[in-house]
Structures are given as C-alpha cells and as structure tokens.
Design a protein around this ligand. Sequence first.
Ligand SMILES: [Zn+2]
Length: 133
Amino acid sequence: MFSDLNQLFERLAASKFRSSFHLRRRELSYFKEKGLDTIMEHAKDLLQTRLFAAEIPNDGKQTPMKNHPVFIAQHATGCCCRSCLEKWHGIPKGRALTAEEQQYVLAVVRQWLVRETENQQKLKISIANSKNL
Ligand SMILES: [Zn+2]
C-alpha cells in the first residue's frame, strides 16, 4: 500500500494502460447526477463482493470496462482484480481484505474520481475559453 497517494498517482500516470482510462460522457453525467458521496456508497457495495472477499470466482474478469464510474476508477488505479491489487498495491490474493486495506482501496478510488472530475472540469473550461478567442 502506498502511504503517500501522490506517489501512487505518479506511477499510474506513467502507465500507458492505466492512464488511458477516463470517465466518458455517460459515466460523467451519472457521477454529477449522484454526487461523490453516493458514488462512494456504491463503491463500498460493489467492491465488497467483487474485490474485498477472499474468493472471487471470476477474478480478473469481474470489472466491466464501462458503465459505472467506480469500474473505470478501479481500472485506472490497479484495483480491478486481485492480481492487479497484488501487483500495484502489495495486497496479497487468497484472503479477504482487512478493514484498513478496504479503507485504503476506497480512498484510492475516491482520490481518482476527484482528480478525474476536476481535470475534466478544467478541460471543459479551457475548451470553452479557446472557443471565445
Ligand atoms: Zn486487474
């Protein structure tokens, strides 16, 4: 686990694959409609059975590439399956996550969503500004 999430996000930015994930229009409007707190409630529910449990029958294939903002955040942060969680965050497979590890994963997902939606907002503003020129 990264004690400094900035370090994690630097590493993720250096990964072509991880940094290719972004919220698209549908996920973004869903995010705006629900708000971060509700999305994080969903994250807790979704991750409980899909990532936090000791045994995940379809591990490696359990996280869709679209639809829910949390799924996108998981791919973007190496929290999509237990192999990636082990590789990126050093949390071993084959056992349930501890409460502390669960909090950590949720914090990572939350941080990505905050950064992503802030970046998208900035992008929108700069596009709007350039149209005014
Ligand atoms: Zn994975």
